[in-house]
Design a protein around this ligand. Sequence first.
Ligand SMILES: *Cc1c(COP(=O)(O)O)cnc(C)c1O
Length: 387
Amino acid sequence: MLHTSYIELSEQAFKNNIKYMREHLTNGARYSMVIKGNAYGHGIETMIPLAEKYGVDHFSVFSVSEAMRAKTVVSPQCDIMIMGWIDKPEIEWAILNDVSFYVFTFDRLTAACKTARRLKKKARIHLELETGMHRTGFSENELERLIRHIRRYRNNLEIEGICTHYAGAESINNYNRIRQQIKVFNVTARRLSGEGILPRYRHTACSAAVLRYPETIMDLVRVGIANYGFWPSDELRMNHFIDSEKKGVPPMDPLDRVLSWKSTVMSVNFVGAGEYISYGTTYLTNRDTTIATVPVGYGYGYTRTLSNMGHVLLHGKRVRVVGSVNMNMLVIDVSDVKKPKIGDEVVLIGSQGDLKISVSSFGDMTNSLNYELLTRLPSHIPREVVD
Ligand SMILES: *Cc1c(COP(=O)(O)O)cnc(C)c1O
């Protein structure tokens, strides 16, 4: 094996997740799969062909560089939408390549109009509305000017969408805020349509909104984390179980994890009792110990916070990470494993035998979210689709 670890992506899990999410689109809304953050760590180039196989034909990215990567693998009939970063020089690339992009400032709007006029080709844009998240978007008091601008450049623009993003639809803490955002969005959408601005797509929903606020589904949804088999929050998972029980069906998790992360035992050593393991003095053996090294460290996305805390699976058993996680290696205590040897499979995330290490439990231990851990998995680790 050339690389020190590898990622496996389960086709069946993905197929299942996408089917579950689509079941919520009873009005026929279009499904956009969010593949920002290297497809939440799963790999843009690997996930797009897999998604296309199951009928996905719209992909949302954050930046123009992600859009360029997506373009290298995507079929020509699919759409790509940039939700965040695009600088003026790349606007030309986007227009020429039929990539649509968010517009949330007059600066970008002007650049889009001028570039489109020069190229004699319409820019496909999505107007982002500020509805209460207070991050990006045109606010209420900018609407007059926005409408004037759009009228002036109507031959150079295709207003493909109007959109907004909710400030945390996965948490009950934000309930009132989300309700207010929905209201503001609908009022603004009506006002724009009154002015003759009728985009093809009104779109606001992320995974959590699709699951808990069906009225946000509108004409297109932007689903990210759920495709990969994660709930946007534990609250939503619990809600799902409670709903199932009310309907008298067993509380089963409808989402399956797509990603597993695996490596291999690199060396096995014996250490007497009373010795320190790895750098420094954070771990002292209290018995004769068999240790193994695994060639994955914080330089590969295995966070240092898991020093003396993490667990991995070896021979179907849960074993502890001992000592500090190094840049390229971690050490595990394999004393309770029968005949550990070089080349044995080590599961960092995923299942082995009956046991499972989930990113969530990894996340609880390190106090960071699924989203963050996944996107930190380096893009150079090879990714392979398995059944
Ligand atoms: C990330 C993102 C999404 C998808 O969110 P999930 O919670 O992963 O479904 C949708 N819209 C925008 C604007 C985003 O940035």
